[in-house]
Design a protein around this ligand. Sequence first.
Ligand code: IMP
Length: 196
Amino acid sequence: MLKIVFATNNLNKLNEIQALMPDSIQVLSLKDINFDDDIEETESTIEGNAVLKAQYIKKHYGYDVFADDSGLEVVTLDNQPGVFSARYAGNHRSDTDNIALLLKNMQGQTNRKARFKTVIALCIGTEVHTFIGIAEGEITQIPKGTNGFGYDPIFKPEGYDQTFAELSASEKNGISHRGKAVKQLVEFLSFGNKKS
Ligand code: IMP
């Protein structure tokens, strides 16, 4: 059985991915390999941070590993908050604070186009692969809905009248940036894995 580490401390993400993997692949958590630190995200792009986290574990532990990083890019704000999405309103601030700041910075803006982006970086053997998932949409005028997390209440995906926070988890996963990136990773590991 192929064992692969998912470089995250988020158990929800871990369980979600394990459920999607073929039976021949066992996903290990950072806890399973006795790593209980945080890997500092020092890169300036979402892709850079995903690669940094995966390479850190590969280098120090030798396991095949993947890591993810996500963010919200707002077109009229020069693609901010992007890599700073989690700490837009400052370190250790809440989702509500981040949403309030974003809506303030969007005041009077008519172009409200935005996209969520997830990059999954996979270090397998000596190779590094990246899988990118994008969900296009727009920033609403006011928050709506209570599901999900982060900026979900103010993100309306293209083709929908509801925000991510008004959709069920499975509806969101079917169209989300993360869902799309995970799908590519699973396909690569399921089929690509048979080669070499
Ligand atoms: P992470 O890399 O998945 O931890 O995402 C970084 C930050 O981007 C989160 O703390 C959220 O603020 C934001 N974000 C990422 N994905 C989503 C999402 O699906 N919905 C809402 N916010 C998200």
